[in-house]
Design a protein around this ligand. Sequence first.
Ligand SMILES: *[C@@H]1O[C@H](CO)[C@@H](O)[C@H](O)[C@H]1NC(C)=O
Ligand SMILES: *[C@@H]1O[C@H](CO)[C@@H](O)[C@H](O)[C@H]1NC(C)=O
Ligand SMILES: *[C@@H]1O[C@H](CO)[C@@H](O)[C@H](O)[C@H]1NC(C)=O
Ligand SMILES: *[C@@H]1O[C@H](CO)[C@@H](O)[C@H](O)[C@H]1NC(C)=O
Ligand SMILES: *[C@@H]1O[C@H](CO)[C@@H](O)[C@H](O)[C@H]1NC(C)=O
Ligand SMILES: *[C@@H]1O[C@H](CO)[C@@H](O)[C@H](O)[C@H]1NC(C)=O
Ligand SMILES: *[C@@H]1O[C@H](CO)[C@@H](O)[C@H](O)[C@H]1NC(C)=O
Ligand SMILES: *[C@@H]1O[C@H](CO)[C@@H](O)[C@H](O)[C@H]1NC(C)=O
Length: 493
Amino acid sequence: MVPGGLLLLIFTTLHYASGAFVGINIGTDVSNMPSAPDVVAMLKANQITHVRLYDADAHMLKALADSGIEVMVGVTNEEILGIGESASKAAAWINQNVAAYLPSTNITAIAVGSEVLTTIPNVVPVLVPAMNYLHKALVASNLNFQVKVSTPQAMDVIPKPFPPSTATFNSSWNSTIYQILQFLKNTNSYYMLNAYPYFGYTSGNGIFPLDYALFRSLPPVKQIVDPNTLSHYDSMFDAMVDATYYSIDALNMSGIPIVVTETGWPWLGGANEPDATADNAETFNNNMIQRVQNDSGPPSQPKFPINTYIYEMFNEDKRPGPVSEKNWGLFFTNGSSVYTFSLSTSNRITGNSSDFCVAKPNADPGKLQVGLNWACGQGGANCSAIQEGQPCYLPNTYQNHASYAYNDYYQKMHLAGATCDFDGTATTTTANPSYGSCKFTGSSTTTPSSTGGFTPSVAPGPVSPQGGSGTTNLQVLRIQFVISSMFLLLVLL
Ligand SMILES: *[C@@H]1O[C@H](CO)[C@@H](O)[C@H](O)[C@H]1NC(C)=O
Ligand SMILES: *[C@@H]1O[C@H](CO)[C@@H](O)[C@H](O)[C@H]1NC(C)=O
Ligand SMILES: *[C@@H]1O[C@H](CO)[C@@H](O)[C@H](O)[C@H]1NC(C)=O
Ligand SMILES: *[C@@H]1O[C@H](CO)[C@@H](O)[C@H](O)[C@H]1NC(C)=O
Ligand SMILES: *[C@@H]1O[C@H](CO)[C@@H](O)[C@H](O)[C@H]1NC(C)=O
Ligand SMILES: *[C@@H]1O[C@H](CO)[C@@H](O)[C@H](O)[C@H]1NC(C)=O
Ligand SMILES: *[C@@H]1O[C@H](CO)[C@@H](O)[C@H](O)[C@H]1NC(C)=O
Ligand SMILES: *[C@@H]1O[C@H](CO)[C@@H](O)[C@H](O)[C@H]1NC(C)=O
């Protein structure tokens, strides 16, 4: 036995060092679900670094091998009963669905069931035994440091989440939740929370302003303040996470980090669901990403970043229920995104040791097409890899093809002064965009031999073909300046 304190220290240190991430849930109740390799190509093209699967699908786990993407697998609600009643079933599950794919597929967590307390009460008695058996099987395979076990719960387990400081778990589940928390603490795992401001807002009957649910700033008279702690809550999301931290504290269990395993906003709803709009979904998800990536925790736990998985990758059109239930997706199955959003951390200004030039996620498709045509034509990029049947053809989107072409052009020409701009549709990144057998130019240490084949006269010089890029660059520079002044201020303080 290693002392728990030491483990916690190591865990939290890693936590801080890596910065908060935003990942994505991949539900599969989808007509025309793309093949697993196509899904992975889309993830790579959008620089998504963390995914959660609801099961342990063999095709997906294989396709995710060597992708650099971290994976949370799921024990389905149906599987819990068997696993909770038999240690050998748990061991078999680990062997078949986890050990078989490690280390090439980077499985880092197992979500045991989905909202078990609120959706299938009959399984509750075996939930903690199932988690224990799975953990023991991981220990036996020496995988317990690599893979965490937890169980996602709905916000409904906390009947009165506001004000956060007085929130407690529904006391009829005290003993189960207490056992879950003890398990999480003993195994250095984390609490998995499904937190939906959409439902908090729509079921609140107008108590809370929409802006509060969408992370928009509120006028001073409408600020949401916890009367006991006087903490300001800038968003319902923060309040939900904090309500959970306070509920955990109320059971005298502290020091367990929370990961938000689901949050999101539907972009289309029925006639009686007026808040499910593409505008609201776009606002919610982009603001949520910015909020999470600022690395701070909620008011009561400012040092615990809120790692979060968006619900969800595709519209699950086969799900039963209201129209909104089928329209939480960020992407259509053809790989184009439903509305503009950016999960890429490359927009965070972290200095500029950038190696690759890619299309901005959700840049205007028309502009991407122009940029792509230019790069592959006049620009002299080698675009053979994105032709049909070639390694970088899929996903067949302007975003992916433009990324490949922009980068090939940039790798060849930036020493001659070419910029990564393309009328504002391109951005540099240090993250290698290669995936599967699709290797982006510059991804290996060998210099592209074709560099010498180009003379500077072929290139249009350091500006992009469409002009007007000067202002874009200037704006970026200004933002960088403001941000670096802020850092300077922080350092001086
Ligand atoms: C898997 O993910 C963990 C946690 O982020 C990371 O430390 C590790 O380097 C990753 N492993 C591989 C092989 O990418
Ligand atoms: C607590 O949970 C029980 C059992 O599911 C339920 O009957 C009860 O209504 C819940 N209490 C509150 C205040 O939500
Ligand atoms: C459940 O725990 C709360 C503290 O969070 C306590 O106030 C309550 O009395 C407990 N209920 C039961 C039934 O043990
Ligand atoms: C938590 O600890 C306090 C002080 O030690 C004690 O009064 C309280 O009853 C405990 N609550 C629970 C739910 O164990
Ligand atoms: C991060 O977001 C929180 C919540 O909106 C806010 O209180 C905090 O000031 C932000 N921190 C930074 C460094 O921007
Ligand atoms: C992808 O599918 C959506 C929805 O069917 C459609 O609106 C969009 O135009 C398609 N995009 C491409 C690039 O084919
Ligand atoms: C970073 O970018 C700025 C502005 O584009 C440039 O002046 C500076 O030389 C760059 N620094 C490095 C280390 O590349
Ligand atoms: C273009 O790239 C392909 C690989 O994608 C390579 O086989 C071919 O030799 C390259 N052509 C030139 C002219 O560099």
